[in-house]
Design a protein around this ligand. Structure first.
Ligand code: 2HA
Ligand code: ZN
Length: 250
């Protein structure tokens, strides 16, 4: 067996969590990432027959049975992923019953996956139906996007239009716009179902006055989506209180 800490997927999780932390998107235990892994990727790094323990997932997702995910842990800090991936991350496989996760690696201190596991798994299911190449679901609390939530209308069309207006690239990066959920209690199946419902149409879903969800085919693409929205929100927050002299036309 090769050392799993040298695998591309663990490296990507470490780098992404570190970047997100340093951008201020993931204070304390804020944020979570789940990354669908192919059997061929983990081959040579992980014994797929060795289940460390089983964790009930609290809902049923038969569609994802047999699938492997590397995912951030509940209560864990993005700040610490880089120096201790084996405690702060875990690799789980969804069992045939769709109600149990089999831990194959990580969560070394007895931990478990993010409290937002329902939103992540339900979003993976929804995205895979519209894009079989989807692999990443990412949640974080980007500062300017959050600030904008308090001063801008939370209407999907209006919010999307304002973001598109802030940077020329926005309409190219997220032509599908942003979906918006009202403020809801996080960590529940209800917010998971609502997020997944929006994910059928959007790769970006704003959780009002909480944060954002992004979905994509790779870690770079998903990170880039959120990065682009956050940049647009930053331009908005830097200019919203000033007289507008110019604008990108419709
Ligand atoms: O897991 O960001 O939404 C920490 C969060 C909850
Ligand atoms: Zn959050």
């Amino acid at each position: 067996m090769n050392d799993i800490l040298t695998s591309k997927f663990v490296e990507e999780m470490k780098k992404t969590a570190a970047n997100m932390y340093r951008l201020g998107w993931d204070e304390r235990n804020g944020g979570n990432i789940s990354y669908l892994l192919n059997d061929s990727e983990v081959d040579g790094y992980l014994d797929l027959n060795e289940v460390i323990r089983e964790i009930p997932i609290g809902f049923e997702t038969k569609e994802l049975a047999g699938k492997l995910f590397i995912v951030t842990g509940t209560g864990k800090y993005f700040k610490n992923v880089e120096e201790d991936p084996e405690t702060n991350l875990g690799i789980v496989r969804i069992k045939e019953d769709g109600r149990t996760a089999q831990l194959l690696w990580g969560f070394k201190d007895g931990g478990r996956f993010t409290s937002e596991f329902p939103a992540h798994m339900m979003s993976h299911s929804a995205r895979l139906k519209v894009d079989p190449k989807n692999r990443v679901i990412m949640h974080c609390h980007p500062t300017n996007m959050l600030a904008m939530n308090f001063v801008h209308e939370l209407d999907e069309k209006k919010l999307t239009h304002t973001l598109w207006e802030m940077c020329t690239e926005c309409i190219v990066v997220f032509p599908d716009g942003v979906g918006v959920l009202p403020w809801m209690l996080c960590g529940t199946n209800t917010i998971g179902e609502a997020t997944a419902n929006k994910m059928r149409e959007f790769r970006l879903v704003v959780w009002s006055m909480h944060g954002i969800y992004g979905a994509g085919n790779s870690m770079d693409e998903t990170f880039g989506l959120i990065e682009t929205v956050e940049k647009a929100a930053q331009i908005y927050m830097l200019t919203a209180h000033l007289p507008r002299k110019n604008t990108i036309k419709d």
